[in-house]
Design a protein around this ligand. Structure first.
Ligand code: PEP
Length: 252
């Protein structure tokens, strides 16, 4: 079953507007070599209009988060409709940093995914266990809770991709082994199949995220259930992110 390959940059809270513009300019020569890979840059909301104007057309724009509400009295929030209006195609929901720092619960993550879907955005749902949860042997139950609470509130077409992001691997330089990432990706696909059927599960891209870099990326992309990567730190450098996206292209 052919699934799309997805290389997703997550800049987090980094960079000035000038740096964002330079990133787009430096990445432009790499973009033509990435045909067949859906390449997405998720950036701070303030940077999105500038990136929309400066990224090569083949590179998609993504947001790092979205409001759980449609509009109105929600100071500081950015709605899905505002993102779509700014040229955004993709959005991340459920990132562990939003869960930990902004208190995003499974219920709120579902509401965010619903708002994104209503605005026509493609949603990437992040799930992942902490080190304590892994050590306690509860990885599978945590992932199942995070995934099923969202799946059960959406229609199969309302989720565009899943990202397995073990919290202990994010920003630590300690990536999961490809074996671990593959086993979890397969498990997640099985859970999707249970809820939405084999066909939808076989078509849903599953990404790995957590200290992916230009040296280890190809190992993940060789795994049969891993269709791409969500890249934090290494995506701040367009050359490094370009190498990662090219490694994904090479798996075709
Ligand atoms: C992330 O931000 O989702 C991430 C995986 O970060 P890093 O690549 O820096 O571990």
């Amino acid at each position: 079953m052919q699934r799309i390959s997805l290389a997703v940059a997550n800049w987090k809270m980094n960079g000035t507007l000038a740096e964002a513009k330079r990133w787009a300019e430096d990445f432009a020569p790499v973009a033509p070599a990435l045909e067949g890979v859906e390449t997405v840059v998720c950036a701070p909301a303030l940077h999105l209009p500038l990136l929309h104007a400066s990224l090569p057309e083949s590179v998609r724009l993504g947001a790092e988060d979205v409001s759980a509400y449609t509009n109105g009295a929600h100071t500081g929030d950015v709605s899905a409709a505002m993102l779509a209006d700014a040229g955004v195609d993709w959005v991340i929901v459920g990132h562990s940093e939003r869960r930990a720092e902004a208190g995003d619960t499974d219920e709120r993550v579902l509401e965010k995914a619903r708002r994104a879907s209503e605005a026509g955005l493609s949603t990437i749902l992040c799930v992942g266990e902490t080190l304590e949860e892994r050590r306690a042997g509860s990885t599978e139950s945590v992932l199942e809770r995070q995934l099923v609470s969202v799946l059960s509130g959406l229609k199969p077409g309302e989720l565009a991709a899943l990202a397995y992001e073990p919290v202990w691997a994010i920003g630590t330089g300690e990536a999961a082994s490809p074996e671990t990432a593959q086993a979890v990706a397969r498990h997640l696909r099985g859970l999707v199949a249970r809820h939405w059927g084999e066909e939808r599960a076989a078509r849903l891209p599953v990404l790995y995220g957590g200290s992916v870099n230009e040296k280890n990326a190809a190992q993940f992309f060789a795994c049969p259930d891993i269709d791409g990567a969500l890249v934090g730190g290494a995506s701040l450098d367009p050359e490094r992110f370009g190498h990662i996206a090219k490694a994904l292209k090479a798996r075709h």
